[in-house]
Design a protein around this ligand. Structure first.
Ligand code: ADP
Ligand code: MG
Length: 260
């Protein structure tokens, strides 16, 4: 196992990924590359496989064919097709802890304070020193604008504040990339903007991110690359100004006019 990966290797690279749920073929050969500092937005209709792709990328879901590379290191598999599974648990943990996921529904632990939520995984999974993690957690909560909410419980926060806490929790893992699955979809428009602002600030500081979103304005403003998934394949991709402002296919034109 290489200790230092190729420094020029993409943070995440997916090659020809295929994923089915039983008979349902959801991903039919998808390629994604996110280099350091890239912000790749995934757009597409509901059911097009966006969440599945993110979940496959950090190995929360198995896939049946194709490669996933983390910093140039290919995921090791055992078995084939429907029986294919990651072969190396330590590798899975390493990849998963380095690709922090932020979910639509925040997924904070209701019985823990915001500070405890942010500290939990670095302390229990990464076995990091508690006082050090606490300092970092307070810093990240400050950074996302809720430094005053450390001792509050999730239910005492607005949706926008909860999502920012979830982002701080992701950051506290010191991951190589952040994966967002519709981070603003559960929020009222005015709360949505405070989360978009945080994501934009993360993009500006050069964080590598994969963002599934229905928010075309955010996709336009924060992405370096936009990928349009349609029926399990990439139908169009490129710079946000091109893909979102000058679509080449009818299916993307239709999708964009429906999401406007
Ligand atoms: P999106 O995030 O683009 O809306 P998803 O990746 O959630 O799409 O889903 C893609 C397709 O896979 C949908 O048809 C969905 O019903 C199906 N699907 C997602 N998760 C599962 C699952 N755990 N079991 C079976 N089918 C699933
Ligand atoms: Mg989804």
């Amino acid at each position: 196992m290489p200790v230092t990966a190729d420094p020029n290797a993409p943070v995440v690279e997916i090659r020809d990924l295929h994923k089915s749920y039983g008979q349902l073929e959801v991903l039919k050969g998808v390629d994604i590359v996110a280099r350091k500092g890239d912000v790749v937005s995934l757009i597409g209709s509901s059911g097009s496989g966006k969440s599945t792709l993110l979940r496959c990328a950090n190995l929360l879901e198995d896939s049946q064919k194709g490669e996933i590379l983390f910093e140039g290191e290919p995921v090791k598999w055992k078995g084939q097709g429907a029986a294919r599974r990651p072969a190396d648990r330590a590798q899975v943990t390493r990849i998963r802890t380095n690709l922090s996921m932020v979910f639509q529904q925040f997924n904070l632990w209701a019985h823990m304070t915001i500070l405890q939520n942010v500290m939990e995984a670095p302390v229990t999974v990464l076995k990091r020193d508690r006082p050090e993690v606490e300092d970092a957690a307070r810093r990240y909560l400050e950074k996302v604008g809720i430094g005053d909410k450390c001792n509050a419980y999730p239910a005492q926060l607005s949706g926008g504040q909860q999502q920012r806490a979830a982002i701080a929790r992701g950051l506290c893992m010191e991951p190589r990339a952040l994966l967002f699955d519709e981070p603003t979809s559960a929020l009222d428009p005015e709360l949505e903007q405070e989360v978009v602002k945080v994501i934009r600030a993360l993009a500006d500081e050069g964080r590598t991110m994969l963002i599934v979103t229905h928010d075309m304005r955010m996709a336009h403003d924060v992405s370096s690359h936009v990928v349009f998934l349609h029926q399990g394949l990439i139908a169009e991709e490129g710079a946000p100004g091109t893909v979102l402002k000058n679509p080449q296919t009818d299916r993307l034109r239709q999708f964009l006019s429906a999401s406007a």
